[in-house]
Design a protein around this ligand. Sequence first.
Ligand SMILES: Cc1cc2nc3c(=O)[nH]c(=O)nc-3n(C[C@H](O)[C@H](O)[C@H](O)COP(=O)(O)O)c2cc1C
Length: 344
Amino acid sequence: MTGDPPTLRTRFTERFGVRHPIVCAPMALVTGGRLARAVSRAGALGVIGGGYAGTLGGEPDLDAELALARRDQFGVGFITWALAQAPERLDAALAFNPACVFLSFGDPRPFAPAIRKAGAKLICQVQSLRHIDEAIDAGAEAIVAQGTEAGGHGGDRSTLAFVPEAADHISRRSPDTLLLAAGGIADGRGLAAALMLGADGVVVGTRFWASAEALTPEAATDRAGQATGDNTVRTTAIDALRGTPWPAEFSFRVLENDLTQAWAGREAEAATAFGSLKAVYDEARATGDLRTAAVVVGEAVGLVRGRPPAAAIVDSMITEAWARLSGAAARLTRPGNWPAPLHH
Ligand SMILES: Cc1cc2nc3c(=O)[nH]c(=O)nc-3n(C[C@H](O)[C@H](O)[C@H](O)COP(=O)(O)O)c2cc1C
C-alpha cells in the first residue's frame, strides 16, 4: 500500500476524535499502558484494563499503567461488579483524565454520574437487550454488543445476530447512542462485517492479546499459536473453583487445558466446590503452569498468528476492511474477484 492509509469514518471516529473505528478491549492483566498507548498512537482507541479494580490479587499496578498512557488519548475499563467492591478505584482512575471509562458485567448506573462529572465518556459492554436498556439509562455514549465468540467473560448471544438486533433496539430507544461490536473480530473481514451489521466500530480483544506490547506472557501466546477456534470453551467452573464470585449470567471463554477438561460437564459440582482450588490456581498463574491456569482467548484465536506490534494490527485491519468494502457491491456481480485476505 502506498500513500496515506485509507480511513473509515464513522459516527464513532467523529465523536471520539480518533482516526480508526477500532477500540482495543480493556483486557484484565493484558491491556496495560504500553498497549493502550500503541493502539492510540496508531489512530485507534486503547483502553487500559482496570480489570477487577485490584480485588483479584496479582493485578498490575493500575496507577503505573495509567501513567504510561497519560500523554495520549486513552480509556480505562473495569469489571463493574468488582468495581462496586472498590469504588474508590474509579475516582483514582478518573484523576488521570481518561477519555472514556469502559464498564462491563454489572449495572453501570451507579458509576455514571462520577464519570460524566469528570468529563469522560461512558462505554458500556453488554450481552443482552436488558443490559442495553441499563446502558441507555446510564447515559452511555457507546454500547458494545459483545457476542459469545469473545475471549474472556461474556454471555450467550452470538455476534452475527446480536449486533444488528442491538442496532435496531438502540435506534428505537436512543438513536444518538453509538454501537460497537465485539466478539470474534480479529481482522479486516470482521471489521467490515461489523460495520455492515450496523456497528459504528469494533472492540478487539484476542487479536491485541497477541501483540508485541501486550502484558501477555510469551508462553501463553506460544500455546495459542498452536490453537484453532475449535480449542476454546466457555465455562463457569474456573471462576467457581478459584473462588471468583462472577454473577451466574456470565461464563469464561478460554483455551481448553487440563483443568477445563477435568471439569467439563461438572459445572454444578464446581459451584458447590467454590474456592476449593484457589491456592492451586493462584500458584499455577504465578508460575505460568498453563495446564491449570487459563489462556484467555476467544474463538478468533484461530485467526491470530504471531505477535505483531499493535500498530501493524490496526493498519492491516483497516487496509483489509477497506479493500473488502470498497467496490464490494460491484464485485458481487463477479464473485471470483473478491480480494484475497491480506495477512492470513
Ligand atoms: C484476555 C482477555 C481479558 C479480558 N478482560 C476483560 C476485562 O477485564 N473487562 C472487560 O470488559 N472485558 C474483558 N475482556 C473481553 C473484551 O472486552 C472483549 O469483549 C473481547 O475480547 C472481544 O472479543 P475477542 O476476544 O474475540 O476480540 C477480555 C478479553 C480477553 C481476551
